[in-house]
Design a protein around this ligand. Sequence first.
Ligand SMILES: *Cc1c(COP(=O)(O)O)cnc(C)c1O
Length: 424
Amino acid sequence: MNFENSLEFAKALDAQDPLKAHRESFLIPTFGKKNTVYFTGNSLGLQPKNAQKYILEELQDWANLGVEGHFEARRPWYSYHEILTEKTARIVGALPLEVCTTHSLTTNLHLLMSSFYRPQGKRTKILCEAKAFPSDQYALESQIRWHGLPASDLVMVGPREGEHLIHEEDIYAKIDALGDELALVLWGGVNYYTGQYFDLQQITQKGHAVGAVVGFDLAHAAGNVNLQLHDWGPDFAAWCGYKYLNSSPGGVSGYFVHERHAFRKDLPRLAGWWGHNKESRFKMEPGFDPLPGAEGWQLSNAPVLGMAAHLASLEIFDAAGMEAIGRKRDLLTAYLWFVIDEVSKRISENGVLEIITPENPEKRGAQLSMLLATHGIECFNRLSASGVIADWREPNVIRVAPAPLYNRFEDVYWFGQHLFKALQ
Ligand SMILES: *Cc1c(COP(=O)(O)O)cnc(C)c1O
């Protein structure tokens, strides 16, 4: 498509957008400004209008029913998480048996590693991205220490000298080189800093080929890119609910355990009563009997208010469907790329910034990361002052991510207008 950086063109794209009606299902902050642009759905997704309604319904049921709400509420609390399961499974391309939603991302990563990072003999190492999101970095370091192993057991692959993106062949080469010393590959689906989206199927195959376990952190991938977790076959994955999935600040988060592990009662794990057999849970007897599938990693009973917010968002995902979300994502992000590039070259012939995210739409999701040659923070502050909600990362990167469910092509146009002014 030949794009144009004009309001008419952006509006014409919006008019043809099959998902345009879903914007009406969200509360969009304006900060009292005109033409505000919210491009941080990759950091905190916006509030679905039904979130308040669903949370209020739970508060009413709690008021009217007290403890009886566990079984008598309109959506009984003892099984509340089950309402989220099929919708979540569709988003990440999994069987319902393979997913569950509860706790937070870092909690779930630790719980999954309690089963899937089992260093033994010389097979002790974990492979991850260099400069992984700090929480992941701490989680992995602490897992290694927890097992009494040296810090050097955490092995990283980063970009080559002077580059921003990771060559996928460097990941595969490192997996091969580590061979039978590699216990776990724990890779991010979409890198939070560059927006690079990795070939998760290939990483799974390469990791399994040397006998390692493969897990993914999909914080920036779930609800953003089109995942097929069951078919790709990683052992486990976890993501947060509050980024592209709009589950509310710190909201409940999902995780995946592949079907091949679903009935493995022998897997060691850190257990709690909600992972125990539903039939005998309330007998309160000793002897943990894990539920089949991902549910067997739940510790505690469902945090219902957070889940009510998440339900509101998952219903919108279901109505839109990941296929259509993916098509809009690619068009919206390609248009954003075009507009940023046009503005940058209008300021100076050779451009004043570089988009470090891959240009190939198969290698990225909704996010573009702009590296500014100079005055990055000044530009970012001016954008903020004019009503652009974006994200600043040291040393010189501004991240922007249009979310297909609520961002418009018109937002991209206004972003370009604000950017032009901010760069001058
Ligand atoms: C956002 C994010 C987190 C946050 O972890 P929480 O446990 O939800 O606070 C962790 N890892 C990655 C890769 C993230 O992008």
